[in-house]
Design a protein around this ligand. Structure first.
Ligand code: CUA
Length: 361
């Protein structure tokens, strides 16, 4: 069915090859968030619609300029050399050019848009075994994965993994303000609205990291509310699920013992000290590290922090320098975020704490 639907779209894609689209749009055609380079069926429909609308409007623009040039060239001279022309009021031209033609053009665009949206992979019965709940926080995205068999439920921040080649159902929610979930190469913008659940299905045809961002102004750090969709082959995805569902490296599995260190079996003395510092500081009030006493739910789950590419809602690469800066001066890096500045660690303690965080693979 999709093949038929997008037949016209495929023709447009062939036309696209003949047009220097980058020049026309002044856009970065290879950019990570270029929506005209779709990587899944929903984005494919939107990109086709984008090309269709752009070509249609270019045609209209050329037509209008053609008329203007024709008018400019049609008559030369002044009123002395020409008799005044009887135009008959020109009402017919206004009705045709000002109402009938725009109405026809916008009707075509409306029908094309409706057609594209109606073929988003949302049909009942679509093959979708994967369900993820994504919540908009201030200012980061939280993704929750359900328990399955003996695999425990878990949540991650900012980096959402999905398997390739199958429709993934994502429920979008918010417990604060309105955000918008937008992965340009995979799906159009869909809002996360407090008090309701918006459901989308997205699919990635190829493995890769697809970046996105919040697309609804949601406060001070709206522009730094980013995320990545990591699409992996199903085997890799399943391995990731299993790894993420495990408790933190070096921790007690049940989290009831070793309150002092937050766990046992750490690889080095520095990491062990870092773990103890984490548990003694304010960190557990907001963060969870599964397998340790840290059970806070306000901030990202750090159980497998070291496996993520970014921290701070996708704003900073996950490395030693950024982790150290983020632990001590988040308000300089991301003013207004919920993470408070901290002066409670000496340099040596900070190194140990960061070493511990980097051990959480
Ligand atoms: Cu969340 Cu903008």
């Amino acid at each position: 069915m999709r093949g038929t639907t997008f037949k016209w779209a495929n023709t447009l894609h062939q036309v696209r090859a003949l047009i220097p689209g980058c020049l026309l749009l002044s856009a970065d055609c290879s950019g990570p968030q270029y929506f005209m380079a779709p990587a899944g069926p929903a984005a494919q429909g939107l990109a086709s619609l984008g090309w269709f609308v752009m070509l249609l409007f270019i045609a209209v623009t050329l037509l209008v300029w053609g008329f203007l040039i024709w008018l400019a060239c049609r008559r030369h001279g002044s009123l002395e050399t020409h008799q005044p022309v009887e135009t008959g009021g020109g009402l017919r031209w206004i009705l045709i050019g000002g109402i009938a033609i725009p109405a026809a053009v916008f009707s075509v665009v409306f029908i094309a848009a409706t057609e594209v949206v109606s073929h988003f992979p949302l049909e009942a019965g679509a093959d979708s075994q994967v369900e993820i709940q994504v919540s908009g926080k201030l200012w980061w995205f939280k993704a929750e994965y359900d328990a399955d068999g003996d695999r425990a439920a878990f949540s991650v921040a900012t980096e959402i993994h999905i398997p390739t080649d199958r429709a993934v159902t994502i429920d979008l929610v918010s417990d604060n303000v309105i955000h918008s979930f937008w992965i340009p190469k995979l799906h159009g913008k869909v809002d996360l609205v407090p008090g309701r659940t918006n459901r989308i299905r997205l699919q990635a045809d190829q493995p890769g990291v697809y970046s996105g961002q919040c697309a609804e102004f949601c406060g001070l750090q709206h522009a730094n509310m980013r995320l990545s969709i990591v699409a992996e082959a199903p085997e890799d995805y399943n391995a990731w699920l299993q790894a993420q569902a495990e408790p933190a490296a070096g921790s007690e599995n049940d989290g009831t013992e070793n309150e002092e260190t937050g766990g046992a079996g750490y690889g080095s003395e520095v990491v062990r000290r870092g773990a103890a510092l984490f548990q003694d500081a304010a960190c557990p009030g907001c963060h969870t590290i599964r397998g340790t006493p840290a059970r806070g739910v306000l901030a990202p789950d750090l159980t497998h922090l070291a496996s993520r590419r970014h921290i701070a809602g996708g704003m900073l690469p996950n490395n030693t320098a950024n982790l150290s800066a983020w632990v001590t001066r988040p308000q300089s890096l991301k003013p207004g975020s919920m993470m408070p500045d901290s002066d409670e660690f000496t340099g040596v303690q900070l190194s140990a704490l960061v070493a511990y965080l980097q051990s959480l693979e």
